[in-house]
Write a protein that binds this ligand. Structure first.
Ligand SMILES: [Zn+2]
Length: 412
């Protein structure tokens, strides 16, 4: 038995099954446990599930496997899972894994960017939630201190009200180990939901005909996403909540929209169960939400409406042919939020000051078309053109430069 198996390797959670999976150092204990496995279906399922995940994660490109000193305890994992489910995240629809190691391979890198968790698309197209090892107690401390100090600075600059500060204090006081883990799980389940929505957009639009063989899949996804965010007016709401949103490029804006979406989803679950509490602020929109709380409330309402539609869709966790582009990590939220606090300190930015318009969105569609052209060989141009026309025709019609774009993407 190798080094890895002498540790607690993986603890996949099987709902309603309390048997714990432990690989022990002593050979006789291992034998005892193997004996248990023969008669314990739950344990056997966990064992197979863990082995399956290792097969998935460990590829020939794997360069590092780092066993972390900070592991989420089974109590944290199960406690967080239970809270997230009670709030309404349907985690039973996906496999959730509590990893005790970080890994660096050609498909996953949880070492260099130290994510807290991630939604991971397996090679068979199944979407999984992976919790990475973190020191949750230290993280809670770090986040509380950061959000309180940053908010106070804005209060002192006269940009945020004392009331908003009090709301922040009271929300952050709700954090404890299980609650923090639950927030992470709700965030990741939000990613599962938006990908499910994008799948829906694809099937509504006959996307499989051109996807993924003929076209860059990340491009197609971005087009579908942007289309949805605009159609539902979410992009205009987020643009008002994020300092200097217009200064970011198209790819970054889409990333911010996606992250804000899952944060608003997480907040909507908290608000429904906790009398309006958000616990942790929206990592992307925190500054706008502090200055104009109504914008945050509006964002949560829009996301809820968007999800009502998806919730009625058939569960589809297994779409085929999806490559590794659907890996959404929950990065350190302080890294994200601090960018926006810094932008607001000592500046005259305020929510809604610069209006984000339909023509800005059209420009983003244009950028996506051009990015895709640059990133792909000539053979793709035809498919890119067909798709751009089919999915964005209503928008492109409004762009004066449409003919120009068509000429640029038309197959030679
Ligand atoms: Zn995320």
């Amino acid at each position: 038995m190798g080094e890895a198996l002498s540790c607690h390797l993986i603890s996949p959670y099987v709902e309603g099954d309390d048997a714990s999976l432990e690989f022990l150092d002593q050979e006789e204990d291992v034998l005892t446990h193997l004996g248990d496995a023969e008669i314990n279906e739950g344990l056997m399922k966990r064992l197979l599930s863990g082995a399956e995940l290792m097969t998935e994660l460990y590829t020939p490109g794997t360069t590092t496997l780092h066993f972390s000193e900070h592991r989420r305890s089974v109590t944290e994992f199960k406690g967080g899972y239970k809270i997230a489910v009670q709030r309404g995240a349907r985690l039973n629809e996906v496999k959730v894994f509590n990893l005790f190691f970080r890994i660096k391979s050609n498909r996953i890198n949880s070492i260099d960017s130290t994510p807290v968790a991630q939604m991971y698309t397996a090679r068979n197209g199944e979407r999984l939630i992976l919790l990475h090892p973190v020191d949750t107690i230290a993280r809670i401390d770090y986040e509380k201190t950061f959000y309180l100090n940053s908010t106070l600075k804005l209060v002192n600059q006269g940009k945020v009200s004392d009331d908003a500060m009090q709301v922040m204090v009271s929300n952050l006081s709700g954090l404890n180990i299980n609650e923090r883990c639950a927030q992470t799980l709700m965030h990741e389940y939000g990613h599962i939901l938006h990908w499910r929505a994008f799948d829906g957009l694809f099937s509504d639009l006959d996307m499989p005909n051109v996807y993924p063989e003929q076209i860059s899949s990340s491009y197609a996804m971005n087009v579908a996403m942007l289309f949805w965010f605009q159609e539902q007016n979410y992009i205009y709401n987020v643009a008002n909540r994020v300092p200097n949103f217009l200064t970011y490029n198209t790819q970054t804006r889409i990333h911010l929209l996606k992250e804000s979406f899952v944060e608003d989803y997480r907040i909507s679950l908290n608000m429904q169960s906790l009398n309006g509490k958000f616990i942790l602020p929206n990592a992307v929109c925190v500054v706008g939400d502090l200055m104009t709380p109504e914008l945050g409330v509006e964002g949560v309402r829009i996301v809820r409406n968007m999800l009502n539609d998806i919730n009625n869709r058939t569960v589809n966790n297994n779409i085929t042919g999806v490559d590794s582009f659907t890996q959404d990590m929950e990065h350190d939220r302080i890294t994200i939020s601090s960018v926006f606090f810094e932008a607001a300190f000592d500046s005259d930015w305020e929510p809604g000051k610069v209006t984000f318009t339909e023509s800005d969105v059209n420009q983003m569609f244009e950028d996506l078309v051009i990015d895709n052209m640059r990133a792909n060989a000539d053979v793709i141009f035809g498919a890119a053109f067909n798709m751009a026309e089919r999915y964005t025709a209503p928008l492109f019609e409004k762009i004066d430069k449409i003919e120009d774009i068509k000429n640029r993407v038309k197959p030679k």
